[in-house]
Write a protein that binds this ligand. Structure first.
Ligand code: ACO
Length: 326
């Protein structure tokens, strides 16, 4: 088996900022409530002429530059998203064209906020077994398009953005050490967008019933997240034959500071060993972890040989964790 690692990272967030103060003018909420209950202070919102592939393109270009390879060197592009440009073609195919990655196969993968970790697990196998050499994995979301800005329970949480990584062969003592993926479909109703699929195709009724927006049982999702973040990370460490004390940096899904804090408590980690940027971007679903990873890399928080743990949870319900020796 060939060792596979992350050889480049990149991110892009749109320029437009939606602050907690801005939201005070839209729904009955306040900055203090949002900050104390979620940790979020502002989020980025895409412009009207941007689609998810446009956000993905900028993150991908940065990741390719960071990896020191060209788009033509890519063998495969995997985009993980719940907000594709359209039903089909896939956002990965649209991105493949925009990048000029002529040699690359391309497809989307959907596991909501856990999508990026599912995408890494999926893509890394093609390199490990020698099928491909360079793969682009992108988490990109335009959650503002699914957000009901009259619903204070959800509209304070979500934002737009994209993060990307390039995977490639690395030395034997580096790269992915384990993946822990899971799903509990019985919890699907806790977090969903029902409209626009084959169950409820787009119609005037689906629009009137607001089925095209995110609906969420916040408290239930919260309880699930608190339980699963710590246990998924622990399982991934166990599979890698490593301990909590080996972690140099935790890169968790950025949904709620209280969920991240619970994971830190369970993993007995200090805050300095965790990447937190949800105050700036809110929850960007599949893009949260790759944006946080790219920022940590940019800021020089990751060194060769570090033990990095990625962990996330999301709609499905789904969860995923991975241990990487950088
Ligand atoms: N501003 C002010 N008050 C609010 C707001 C708001 N924005 N939202 C809710 N409230 C009110 C509620 O109506 C409730 O009032 P009540 O007691 O009179 O009914 C009160 O605040 C407390 O509400 P709770 O839901 O108990 O608040 P909680 O502490 O659980 O926080 C939150 C809510 C932030 C949504 C939390 O439950 C959470 O983070 N859940 C996880 C959500 C999540 O991570 N979702 C994404 C998953 S990933 C993916 O796949 C996209």
């Amino acid at each position: 088996m060939i060792s596979v690692g992350i050889i480049g990272t990149g991110k892009y967030v749109p320029e437009k900022i939606l602050t907690n103060k801005d939201l005070e003018n839209i729904v009955e909420t306040n900055d203090e409530w949002i900050k104390t209950r979620t940790g979020i202070e502002e989020r980025r919102i895409k412009s009207e002429n941007q689609a998810t592939s446009d956000l993905a393109l900028k993150a991908a270009e940065e990741a390719l530059k960071n990896a020191g390879i060209n788009a033509e060197d890519l063998d495969l592009i995997v985009v993980t998203t719940v907000t594709p440009d359209m039903i089909f073609p896939s956002t990965a195919c649209i991105l493949q064209d925009k990048l000029g990655a002529k040699k690359a196969a391309a497809y989307d993968l959907s596991a909501a906020c856990s999508g990026f970790i599912y995408g890494l697990a999926n893509a890394s196998n093609f390199i490990a077994n020698g099928t491909y050499k360079h793969i682009l994995v992108v988490g990109a979301e335009s959650l503002s398009t699914l957000t009901d800005y009259t619903d204070r329970n959800t509209c304070v949480l979500f934002g737009d953005g994209a993060g990307a990584v390039v995977l490639g062969p690395v030395a034997n003592d580096r790269g992915f050490r384990s993946f822990e993926l899971g799903a509990d479909g019985s919890g699907g109703d806790l977090l969903k967008v029902e409209g626009g699929g084959s169950r409820y195709p787009s119609s005037i009724q689906t629009i009137e019933n607001k089925l095209h927006y995110i609906s969420m049982e916040g408290r239930e999702v919260f309880k699930f997240a608190v339980r699963i973040m710590g246990s998924a990370a622990e399982e991934a460490l166990k599979k890698a034959d490593l301990n909590k004390s080996d972690i140099d940096l935790l890169v968790p899904h950025q949904a709620n500071i209280r969920i991240i804090q619970a994971a830190l408590d369970r993993l007995e980690l200090s805050e300095e060993k965790c990447v937190v940027n949800l105050q700036n971007y809110g929850n960007v679903s599949a893009a949260s972890i790759p944006i946080a990873l790219a920022e940590a890399n940019e800021q020089g928080r990751i060194s060769e040989g570090d033990c990095i743990v990625l962990v996330g949870f999301g709609g499905g319900l789904t969860w995923g964790a991975s241990v990487i020796i950088w």
